[in-house]
Write a protein that binds this ligand. Structure first.
Ligand code: NAP
Length: 359
């Protein structure tokens, strides 16, 4: 596989730090540029991040002394230096849209963790194991911008990345209705117990905007490409509740599901065990070998024990049983900042690289 020069926009932030850490030893992608706001520009990465460094491992040596660029003012220079950028910034929505589209118009592909383009019909929103066929809409997007090489690809919200993977292989049984209660870790809010001590021994029953994203985004993932754009699925009907819980990393979801053709428990477990997506077939570097992992032990999955399965990229499932209102219920877990954020972004980029979209 060819090697690619990469930029990280928003490199000093929580997701940006995770990108920097994951890319340190990446076999295909080499960090060439780190960029953030004008507050960080001109400083070494070590100085710009300072005490905000939140990863468990130290700042990788290969980037610690790299001078951070200004994502806006140095845009042309950055676009010329790299093959594509990862983008995870905290800015007003209209500024994020303008920033991402400006890079694209400079023929620089953007793999984005931001929410702004998740519902643009010609922007693929990818869980690479579930909807890699949506990459086809990139041609439409390039025509819209009048460019040849640039494009935006996004990843969905972290909150859907345990139950959408678990439900995906069960679509063949006709999923009618889904209820998902999401118990979400504090790192999803960019926080640790040190920076958010109020979360120790606590639970907050509200996460702004999260339930709406959790109900709408799966329908785009399960949508079809028609006339060069993604048309969201109309079913299943999904309802969710999202609660912030005192867990550092790992979003857990309690899922209830009703089918058109109710499968047996064995059929469901078999569908999970056998499911492989393109990342597994293509053997992408960040792809988990076993995407969906069922635990027979009633005490699993547990956030602390299971979130790091296969580098935090696998999904863990347990407690499958019949339900009184729905057909079945089960519990599933994924690592919100790995599979759900930067790791998912890196896997999207690997899929794009393997399919020649950066060439
Ligand atoms: P964060 O920790 O607040 O980091 C924000 C980053 O944006 C910093 O690098 C900051 O640079 C940069 N930035 C702010 N204003 C800028 C500007 N005017 N120009 C250029 N760069 C600017 O935020 P985060 O938690 O990493 O989240 C970043 C994005 O990812 C958000 O859209 C968020 O919704 C999304 N996301 C987050 C998570 C998560 O688990 N935290 C998960 C999925 C998606 P300075 O340091 O120079 O200010």
């Amino acid at each position: 596989m060819k090697n690619y020069n990469v930029g990280v926009i928003g490199a000093t932030g929580m997701v940006g730090q995770r990108f920097v850490t994951l890319l340190a030893g990446h076999p295909w992608f080499k960090i060439k540029v780190l960029a953030a706001s004008e507050r960080s520009a001109g400083k070494t990465y070590r100085d710009a991040v300072g005490s905000k460094w939140a990863m468990k491992t130290p700042i990788p040596e290969n980037v610690a002394d790299m001078v951070v660029k200004d994502a806006l003012k140095d845009m042309k220079e950055i676009a010329d230096e790299v093959d594509f950028v990862f983008c995870a910034v905290d800015m007003p929505s209209e500024d994020i849209i303008a920033l991402e589209e400006a890079y694209v118009k400079l023929e620089c592909p953007v793999v984005s963790n931001n929410k702004e383009h998740r519902h643009t019909p010609d922007v693929p929103m990818l869980i690479p194991e579930c909807n890699s066929e949506h990459l086809a809409v990139i041609d439409t997007q390039r025509k819209r911008f009048g460019i040849k090489r640039g494009f935006i690809a996004v990843k969905p919200n972290c909150s859907i990345q345990s139950y959408v993977p678990a439900l995906h292989p069960l679509k063949k049984f006709g999923i009618k209705t889904v209820l998902a209660c999401n118990y979400q870790a504090i790192s999803g809010a960019g926080k640790t117990f040190e920076t958010w001590p109020e979360m120790v021994d606590n639970l907050i029953p509200f996460i702004k905007g999260e339930e709406q994203k959790s109900e709408i985004e799966p329908l785009k993932i399960w949508g079809k490409v028609e006339n060069g754009v993604i048309v969201p699925a109309k079913e299943p009907l999904i309802t969710t509740q999202c609660l912030r819980v005192p867990v550092s990393d790992g979003h857990t979801s309690a899922v209830f599901v009703k089918f058109e053709n109710t499968p047996s428990k064995e059929e469901i477990k078999k569908a999970w065990a056998e499911y492989k997506g393109e990342p597994q077939t293509l053997e992408l570097p960040s792809a988990p070998k076993q995407f969906l992992n069922y635990f027979e032990d009633d005490n699993r999955p547990q956030a602390k024990l299971d979130r790091d399965l296969e580098g935090g990229m696998a999904v863990s499932i347990g407690r499958l049983r019949e339900d009184t209102l729905f057909d079945y219920k089960f519990v599933c877990l994924s690592h919100n900042t790995l599979r759900g954020a930067a790791g998912g972004g890196v896997l999207v980029a690997e899929l794009l690289a393997a399919k020649g979209y950066f060439d």
